[in-house]
Design a protein around this ligand. Structure first.
Ligand SMILES: *[C@@H]1O[C@H](CO)[C@@H](O)[C@H](O)[C@H]1NC(C)=O
Ligand SMILES: *[C@@H]1O[C@H](CO)[C@@H](O)[C@H](O)[C@H]1NC(C)=O
Length: 206
């Protein structure tokens, strides 16, 4: 009796610990999609972006990291620990010039996307996950800031109606100067500082 009681208490503790540490999409929720004006002069250099191999993802909004990770894992948020997203995600992207894009992470997992440039905005394209029955990360991606040589900032209106952001980079870390530039830019678009996060690549296996 005593044994089984302590066993159930132990189980309860494990269950609540798992619960506390799993991803919480609600707390990471970003704001509703807002309009990104069509640029007077396009800034998206597709040739450059498709030549980056791989594209790192060093800073982004928390929801963007969670959803990109869940799509690679093809798991529900409650089944993914918070720590694994920060230590094992190692998310990388490859934007191909045949209207596909590939995301890798979590030690060799892959998720493919189909992309399509918007007719009326050359800086924007839609992306939709291919295969798999879980879709956490599809939407329209707008490039709003870039230096055309080391990074590009994208605001993403997701299919679920939430706006997130991410920075693609040729290197796994950004300089302090670039970080400041992209954080200021995110704030100027209306994103909240509490939702900014960084992804470290130092412990990545591949
Ligand atoms: C980046 O490249 C695009 C397309 O070639 C060009 O229109 C834009 O002016 C460039 N921007 C910068 C900051 O170099
Ligand atoms: C698109 O290009 C990538 C990279 O070159 C290649 O791996 C992939 O198989 C291609 N996909 C299709 C549908 O052609």
């Amino acid at each position: 009796m005593w044994y089984s009681l302590s066993a159930s208490i132990a189980l309860l503790c494990i269950a609540s610990a798992v619960h506390v540490q799993s991803l919480n999409l609600k707390t990471a929720k970003d704001q509703p999609c807002f309009n990104i004006a069509k640029p007077e002069t396009p800034i998206w250099d597709k040739k450059w972006v498709t030549s980056i191999n791989p594209i790192y993802f060093p800073v982004m909004s928390t929801d963007s990291l969670y959803r990109a990770s869940l799509n690679v894992l093809q798991k529900e948020a409650r089944d993914v620990s918070f720590a694994t997203v920060y230590y094992d995600a190692c998310i990388k992207w490859y934007i191909n010039n045949n209207d596909t894009s590939l995301s890798t992470g979590f030690n060799g997992l892959r998720k493919e996307y189909k992309t399509e440039t918007l007719m009326d905005n050359p800086d924007a394209f839609t992306f939709v996950g291919v295969g798999g029955d879980k879709d956490f990360y599809s939407g329209t991606l707008y490039t709003t800031l870039t230096d055309n040589k080391s990074f590009y900032f994208t605001a993403i209106c997701m299919q679920n109606g939430e706006m997130v952001w991410a920075v693609g980079s040729t290197t796994p870390t950004l300089t302090e100067e670039t970080k400041k530039k992209v954080f200021d830019h995110a704030v100027s678009l209306g994103f909240h500082k509490e939702d900014f996060t960084e992804l470290k690549y130092d412990t990545c296996q591949n």
